[in-house]
Write a protein that binds this ligand. Structure first.
Ligand code: 5GP
Length: 187
């Protein structure tokens, strides 16, 4: 019976996507838990692989049906949530879901699964570095960058509530640290 969960949180621009890709490649026992969301897909994003993209109305309907473990309005008017069916799908494959989620979502999942969940916070070396990385990514407007930086500052204040903190200053070091934490937990 494999019913563990790994919850990873990181401010937008902290390098989480790369770290998560590397972690998934190194640990075949893990499976990425695809969240539902209402934001517009970015170029290259695939429905069912990166997110399940829903209209706000369809998302509200899922809330009504109690389909989520947790859901959150992460950015203004943009909903994100972890579907119960998604975690079950992964457990049924005898794998461990890797949930990539914001601070509140991670803490909510940890609260619901206190004995079988670890939470990991990925931190950028500094807010300046974070802003630089977001700008370099070229996918966000100036407003969106500032909203993400503001959220990152707020999220940082919750870092100590997490089981582990990984600072992504050097990608190789952070990747190894992350793999060690996860392998130590799922064996
Ligand atoms: P992005 O729009 O850059 O893909 O993601 C924005 C934020 O939404 C990230 O911080 C990500 O962790 C968070 N997020 C993604 N999926 C979920 C989810 O299912 N629940 C919650 N609460 N946050 C999520």
């Amino acid at each position: 019976m494999n019913d563990k969960i790994i919850a990873i949180t990181a401010p937008s621009g902290s390098g989480k996507t790369t770290l998560v890709k590397r972690l998934l490649a190194a640990c075949p026992q893990l499976s990425f838990s695809v969240s539902a969301c209402t934001r517009t897909p970015r170029i290259g994003e695939i429905n069912g692989k990166d997110y399940y993209f829903y209209s706000p109305e369809a998302f509200q309907e899922l809330i009504k049906q109690d389909a989520f473990i947790e859901w959150e309005m992460v950015y203004t008017g943009k909903y994100y949530g972890t579907l119960k069916s998604e975690l079950q799908r992964i457990w049924d494959e005898n794998k461990t879901p890797l949930v990539d989620i914001d601070v509140k979502g991670a803490l909510a999942i940890h609260e619901q699964y206190p004995n079988n969940c670890i939470s990991i916070f990925i931190e950028a070396p500094s807010i300046d570095e974070l802003r630089k990385r977001l700008a370099a990514r070229g996918t966000e407007t100036l407003n969106s960058i500032e909203e993400r930086v503001t959220k990152a500052k707020e999220e940082l204040t919750y870092a100590t509530h997490f089981d582990h903190i990984v600072i992504n200053e050097n990608l190789e070091t952070a990747t190894n640290e992350l793999i060690n934490i996860v392998m130590g937990y799922i064996g």
